[in-house]
Design a protein around this ligand. Structure first.
Ligand code: PAF
Length: 281
């Protein structure tokens, strides 16, 4: 029902007949533990491409030693079911050895965009992301690749890297999918206890409130300070809450162009990220 391949060779062999028939191919790179947000990527991909390929690869190089790689949820059967229901055409599940064979030593450094916000709190994270995404793009050579806007900085970095390296692919960002209560869908949400999950709603709420106030023209510094207070009151330890230019991610203190409000914060042992668009009034 959903053909699955695990080697670069088999991936390319599977793609060959589609290519020969002139069919467009979309790639949806994931790390598994799929949810509604991933299903939305497949749905969006199916609207623009004849064939969709989803990769599931829990990429070790984007996790620091102190991060949650070993605890990261793995649910291949549920993932498989979600992809069948979403109408995906091919699943690619390379092993760590397939992606990083003995002696592998190359790495992509995305540059300054990778050193701020998430990059400042997770040094090296975006080098790992960029390296694996470039590999996946070169392995599958899709016409288009889909990423969620929840990882907004990641999306900008992948666009930048694909452009800088002349990789012939169109990178598409898909709006954040939220649960009914407003929490952004994330593979990490399952770590939250019922109490943490309730308190975690302060994150989307603080962002929505702050975005509205900034849009109305309130003082940005004061709004951010207020947002930090709300998050702390809910029990969050905040890594950052920042208003940034929507393209460059440079800090914004006067709204002149589309901006993005971005936050990362920990509740208990779980680190959540979220963001909101803030456009000029
Ligand atoms: O967003 C993710 O799931 C990962 O960072 C990605 C893009 C699949 C690279 O491992």
């Amino acid at each position: 029902m959903l053909p699955t391949v695990s080697t670069v060779r088999d991936l390319r062999l599977s793609l060959l007949p589609w290519r020969e028939a002139g069919e467009t191919v979309a790639l949806i790179p994931t790390m598994g533990a799929l949810h509604k947000g991933h299903a939305a990527l497949v749905t969006a991909a199916r609207k623009v491409a004849k064939r969709t390929v989803t990769s599931i690869f829990l990429n070790p190089t984007q996790f620091a030693p102190n991060e949650d790689l070993s605890k990261y949820p793995r649910r291949i059967e549920a993932d498989w079911k979600l992809l069948v229901e979403a109408g995906c055409d091919l699943l690619y599940t390379p092993s760590v050895e397939e992606m990083y064979p003995e002696g592998f030593s190359a790495a992509i450094d995305p540059g300054p965009l990778a050193t701020i916000l998430e990059g400042a709190h997770r040094p090296g994270h975006f080098n790992g992301v960029a390296t694996v995404v470039v590999k996946l793009l070169l392995q599958a050579m899709p016409d288009v690749a889909f990423f969620g806007e929840k990882d907004y900085q990641q999306l900008l970095i992948i666009r930048r890297v694909a452009r800088d390296l002349d990789i012939p692919v169109h990178i598409v960002g898909i709006p954040i999918v939220r649960d009914e209560d407003g929490l952004a869908c994330s593979s990490r949400n399952i770590y939250l206890s019922p109490d943490e999950r309730m308190r975690a709603l302060a994150l989307p709420r603080s962002l929505a409130e702050a975005a509205q106030k900034i849009f109305e023209g309130q003082d940005i510094e004061a709004v951010l300070k207020d947002g930090l207070k709300h998050l702390a009151a809910a029990g969050f330890t905040v890594d950052y809450l920042e208003l940034a230019d929507a393209q460059t991610l440079a800090p914004v203190r006067e709204l002149k162009a589309p901006a993005r409000l971005l936050a990362a914060a920990r509740i208990g042992a779980t680190r959540l990220i979220d963001n909101r668009a803030v456009d000029r009034p």
